[in-house]
Design a binder for this molecule. Sequence first.
Ligand code: C5P
Length: 442
Amino acid sequence: MKTANANHAPREDRVVSHVQAHNLKQKRILLIVGGGIAAYKSLDLVRRLRECGAGVSVVMTAAAKQFVTPLSFASLTQSPVYDELFSATTEQEISHIHLSRAADLLVVAPATANLIARAATGLCDDLATTVLLATDKRTLYAPSMNLRMWAHPATQENIDRLKDYGALFVGPDTGDMACGEYGPGRMSEPAQIVSAIEAALMHQTQLPLPQKFQSALSCDTTRALAGKHVVVTSGPTHEAIDPVRYIANRSSGKQGHAIARAAVAAGARVTLISGPVALPDPEGCQTIHVLSARDMHAAAIAALPADIFIGVAAVADWRVAPVDQKIKKNGASSAPALTLIENPDILATIASSPQRPALVVGFAAETQNLLSAARDKLIKKGCDMIVANDVGVTSDVFGGETNDVHIITSAGVESWDKMTKSALADRLIGLIANQCDAMGVN
Ligand code: C5P
């Protein structure tokens, strides 16, 4: 039985095993460990992922605990191991829905025939399968089983079905099995799984909701932005100096992410384009992770058409002219000179695009002449609203929990009292929704 459904993520080459030079730093992996003899290899997988800078959370099935102890994984990840669906502690700390969405990628290793079959049929009778069904991210399976179990048409059909649902696979390898037989079914080596994870993370790992459910979610007209597509940029950008160094700024992404969350709560379909931040992806958004201003520029254009664009990101104004090798100290006293090239202005590009959203909102962080600089920006960048804040030395806006802003439109200035970034996000989304109503944006 092979299912084909146009609403599922497009099928692509899903067997990834080649080495990619990709940074796993700050990536979040949710590792689901199934009950197979190869579970011991997953300890090495965790160690390697952690060495690459990835954050790893572990879910174990009951059978997995027959092979390796949760304590081993907890020691390597330095965080609790999740193993129970109905655990008061787990639900208090983190819900199974959040667990399934907070990661950039889910990895099932070892993926036993049983776990594959349960995932393929949508069973959710333990934490591992519930997380697999609830996730909005891609899952990479590393199968591990006896060769007859692997070759069985039932297993192969389950794998085809999972691939149709957007799953990726690495392995299995062919070799000697724990049971004494020889053939395909050995779980890939940890290094190979790390390469497959790196390759998977080079692409978008968010799984879109099937179309019919997207419209079902946005038909609630009681919510202020129901049916609207909102694109938000958030966080800093990193501009490479050479292959190992970069220029960045102090933006934490807290304000941009809060605005994305508020727009989701108001019923919008939200695309969040996030620079490198240490925050979880907000639930209910499509989050696109980018590094540089040019990546963010390309992602913003690709996200159009939209009804509303909110540029919150602290985009680097300049990047460094490309350098292929790490810049070395040469012993001489002179420091290397960096050549800076101006980055594209994302906000101005979107505001002048043929697909211009009905409402374009920018942020202006200034250290002096705040209001006049913000008014200039409103005109120069062609936006409808500028949210201006003072980021001078006495301010704690970058990285802090509160914000203190002035709203500048062609009608004038409105100054808001200091409030939390989340309260500001709600109020700003309310203002934007009113503005959309006034402009007749449907
Ligand atoms: O020019 P400045 O960086 O002060 O403008 C701030 C506003 O412009 C913010 O909304 C920011 O997201 C946006 N911006 C941009 N692309 C740039 C620079 C800033 O979208 N290259």
